[in-house]
Design a protein around this ligand. Structure first.
Ligand code: GCU
Length: 839
């Protein structure tokens, strides 16, 4: 009875019941009131009753899903042949019980067959994992109110559909923005693995088949006896979901843990050491997936230390794993720091092909070279890595990042599939034949037995998993695309939205519009024309700081000077990078005329006055794009607000908070980048916007008491290069100004800096009327989760807006800021904005 009451209550409140996001797209929410119901099966027949089997999991999941969506609890059986059962199992289990095999198409590993005829449902996998995928697929249809009769087989594009976690043994996560690790704490495997099991469920529903649980910057203790036993517990949790476990390795483990005097990959003791470690792992985890290796990369040890080749390094592990059927994912992210930007031929982008191409054919069959999508590092726009075209005799996989390291750190909405598709759909024209990157990495183009993809995913203990509800579409879409790279990014997004937020058309349309506009907007206000994300590459990768890209050994150069910008990567006059592509593509990139605008500065050094195909100059395009991008981000706030009442309050408020942050931070980005290039080039903005802010009152121009001006570095992170800070760290400062604006209603936007290590409080008054107050604590309490900063800079710059404030000309604006900790209540400016104006 209680159950029924709860069900009707949920039906009544429908979509607006509070939710924290932990169920993500597997909520199995009741369909909206009045929605039709299909003929449902009357029982569930799951053809394996062992609790560690994916088929058993599938039976449980079907029960849970149907109960959630329709309020009907079906019993689950392992034997018996009732009519109108939903049968789930492998094709061979079905054959054994029923003496026939209804699967009409060919299934390959992990593939499944789904046959829905009203109450008759057959879900048959090639293996147990496939059967579980099929069960999730059927439930996804039901949860979206799709009751069509279907009968089809589906197979994966590639066998490797992995996730890489960059989790450290101490529980921190490299580039993690959503709390601590679900896997590790205090140097050990976590004792409570509940979240791991919930995570495995999400991943299996999107057909991920292995997870490398620890950071590529691996700790050698990962493979000590205690931790092997620990990760075996994780593998036990993964197994019922059809997910295998993999580990990242420290190449120098034989020395650091094994007490050998060398880690030379050709040394017999080293070989014996790795064989023994591998044996030990398989003793604990019989279905261990394999190793992920970051060697000779950003300071990690590797074979080059001993003048051995990268193939020697990879094959060392391949041979240890081969008897057990394991594989090595060997990362291509190998490059050296480059001391001299003045050397016109030096180019980090060349490194991967320089290192790996000569070794093509020397890797064992169970080695896969894992290649980041672009030649540098997960930038907002990169060309496809030319390495995909240079290894015809080697298996490869593409590495993507669901983690938005350079793309707003999950505080900015950036739906990534359209970016990924620019790479995967790119035709490399190897031997003048169609050679789409996706067909290379699936193994199809070069007839390789292995291949696929890995995505870096930074889920943490935060209930939202990624810190942001909307960012979850990237994880969902990654799995869907890894199964079929030709699936439509927008359709995937809409499936995700219906599953996550319900079937309301306005909700689906709005989230679709916002998400599809999000990557172009972010590219517009972060770094366009192939310049890369103009973030701070030295400290963290969040806010703007274009100058850090140049004059550093990291080789992410833009070579911006007074007259021009861009890397000359041509063969004729530059670094020769364009020549790493097959001839047709190389010719396209060699010539400014045939290089697409969005990669112009990646391949060419041009004057700021160079005309684009749009007929705009490079510099005017910078200006216009940054204004356009930031304006789009403002619209996301209104679009999201229009969903009030249609999305439950908890998630509505969470998203609204992030969208408001993004709107403010997009203006920080815009101003920083346009001011920076305006300053270097000395060329004014045709539209007169840059450096001209008629609606702003600069903090340093206010009457200050207990506050003093402060020159911000980098200069472009503050309006007029200057902020104000309290005179000491325990002072209450006041800043006042006369409001010289026509009487009316305005939005008051206050730009301040939210530093890590302090929670300043602020109050805004108009005359004696308190308009608003807040605490600069979003960073300290982890509310936003992005990499924190202890400085006044582009990372900490934040905006808060108080809408619809009535003012009269001559009123007094007063801000009271109280310092706290290291944070001297820093304030940049107040913008007094007429309705609809973006300052
Ligand atoms: C980026 C990232 C590092 C990471 C590295 C890698 O440079 O900032 O945190 O370790 O990539 O992919 O290995």
């Amino acid at each position: 009875m209680m159950h029924n009451l709860l069900f009707y209550y949920l039906l009544f409140v429908g979509l607006v019941a509070a939710e924290n996001g932990r169920q993500a797209w597997l909520r199995y929410a009741p369909l909206p009131r009045g929605h039709s119901t299909p003929t449902l099966p009357s029982t569930i027949l799951a053809l394996n009753s062992s609790a560690s089997s994916p088929v058993y999991t599938a039976g449980q999941e079907l029960q849970k899903g149907i109960q959630g969506i329709f309020g009907k609890r079906l019993s689950v059986h392992a034997t018996g042949k009732q009519a109108s059962s939903a049968v789930v199992g492998t094709a061979s289990q079905f054959q054994k019980l029923f003496g026939s095999n209804p699967v009409k198409d060919e299934l390959i590993e992990d593939g499944f067959w789904l046959n829905v005829k009203g109450g008759t449902v057959q879900i048959l996998g090639q293996n147990e994992r496939g059967a579980l995928y099929g069960a999730f697929e059927y439930l996804s249809m039901l949860a979206q109110g799709n009751f069509s009769n279907v009968e089809y087989a589906t197979n994966p594009a590639a066998p490797i559909r992995w996730v890489n976690s960059w989790d450290n043994m101490d529980g921190s996560i490299e580039r993690g923005f959503a709390g601590k690790s679900v896997f590790f704490a205090g140097g050990h495997v976590a004792s409570n693995l509940t979240r791991v099991s919930e995570y495995a469920r999400l991943l299996s529903s999107i057909r991920i088949n292995a997870v490398v649980v620890n950071n590529v910057n691996a700790n050698f203790t990962t493979v000590n006896a205690e931790n092997i036993a620990g990760v075996a517990r994780i593998a036990d949790v993964f197994r019922p979901y059809g997910i295998q476990l993999g580990l990242s390795l420290d190449f120098a483990t034989p020395m650091k843990l094994g007490n050998l005097s060398t880690y030379d990959p050709l040394d017999s003791e080293v070989i014996a050491y790795w064989n023994a470690v591998t044996q030990q792992i398989y003793d604990h985890i019989f279905d261990f997936a394999g190793y992920l290796v970051k060697a000779d990369s950003e300071g990690t040890p590797g074979p080059l230390v001993y003048n051995r080749t990268l193939a020697d390094g990879a094959n060392l592990f391949a041979r240890a794993l081969q008897p057990f059927g394991g594989i090595v994912m060997y990362r291509a992210f190998v490059y050296n720091q480059l001391p001299d930007e003045g050397d016109w031929k030096a180019d980090r982008a060349n490194a991967a092909v320089d290192y790996f191409q000569p070794l093509d054919g020397q890797f064992d069959d169970n080695v896969i070279i894992q290649i980041k999508y672009g030649p540098i590092d997960f930038q907002v726009r990169e060309p496809a890595s030319p390495l995909f075209a240079n290894l015809p005799n080697t298996s490869t996989a593409i590495e993507l990042q669901v983690a938005q390291e350079y793309l707003g750190q999950q505080c900015h909405l950036v739906y990534l599939p359209p970016l990924w598709r620019t790479i995967l759909d790119f035709d490399l024209r190897v031997d003048n034949q169609s050679s789409l990157v996706r067909n290379v990495v699936t193994g199809e183009r070069f007839k390789r037995p292995l291949g696929g993809s890995a995505a870096v995913v930074n889920v943490g203990l935060n209930d939202t998993w990624l810190g942001s509800h909307l960012a979850m579409s990237n994880l969902y879409a990654y799995g869907r695309l890894a199964w079929d790279w030709t699936s439509d990014s927008e359709e995937i997004l809409q499936d995700w939205t219906r599953l996550t937020f319900g079937l309301d058309k306005t909700v689906v349309d709005t989230i679709t519009q916002m998400s599809m506009a999000s990557w172009p907007a972010y590219e517009n206000y972060s770094g366009n024309l192939g310049e890369q994300t103009l973030t701070d590459i030295l400290y963290t990768h969040f806010g703007p700081n274009p100058q850090t890209l140049d004059n550093t050994p990291w080789g992410q150069w833009t070579r911006a000077d007074h007259t021009g910008i861009g890397m000359d990567r041509t063969v004729s006059t530059g670094t020769g990078f364009s020549g790493q592509y097959p001839p047709e593509v190389a010719a396209m990139y060699e010539d400014v005329e045939t290089t697409p605008d969005d990669l112009l500065l990646w391949f060419h050094h041009v004057n700021y006055t160079q005309k684009l195909k749009s007929a705009k100059t490079v510099i005017q395009h910078f200006y216009d794009a940054h204004y356009e991008g930031a304006e789009t981000a403002q619209r996301f706030v209104q679009m999201w607000q229009s969903l009030k009442g249609k999305v439950d309050d908890e998630r509505f408020e969470d998203v609204l908070f992030r969208q408001s942050f993004q709107a403010g931070h997009s203006i920080v980005w815009r101003d920083a980048v346009v001011n920076f290039y305006n300053n270097v080039s000395g060329i004014p903005d045709d539209a007169g916007r840059v450096g001209h802010h008629p609606f702003r009152i600069e903090g340093e121009n206010m009457v200050l008491s207990g506050y003093r001006p402060y020159a911000v570095t980098p200069f472009e992170a503050a309006s007029n290069a200057t902020a104000i800070v309290t005179t000491t760290n325990s002072t209450v400062g006041t800043a006042t100004a006369m409001l010289d604006f026509a009487s009316g209603v305005y939005d008051l936007a206050v730009n301040y800096f939210d530093l890590y290590g302090g929670n300043s409080t602020y109050q805004v008054f108009v005359n004696s009327r308190l308009i608003g107050e807040w605490i600069g604590n979003a960073v300290d309490i982890g509310k936003l989760g992005h990499s924190p900063s202890i400085y006044l800079d582009g990372h900490s710059a934040t905006r808060i807006t108080f809408p619809k404030v009535s003012i009269k000309r001559g009123d007094t604006l007063k801000i009271v800021g109280e310092a706290n900790g290291v944070e001297p209540a820093p304030l940049d400016y107040v913008a007094v904005l007429p309705a609809g104006v973006v300052d």
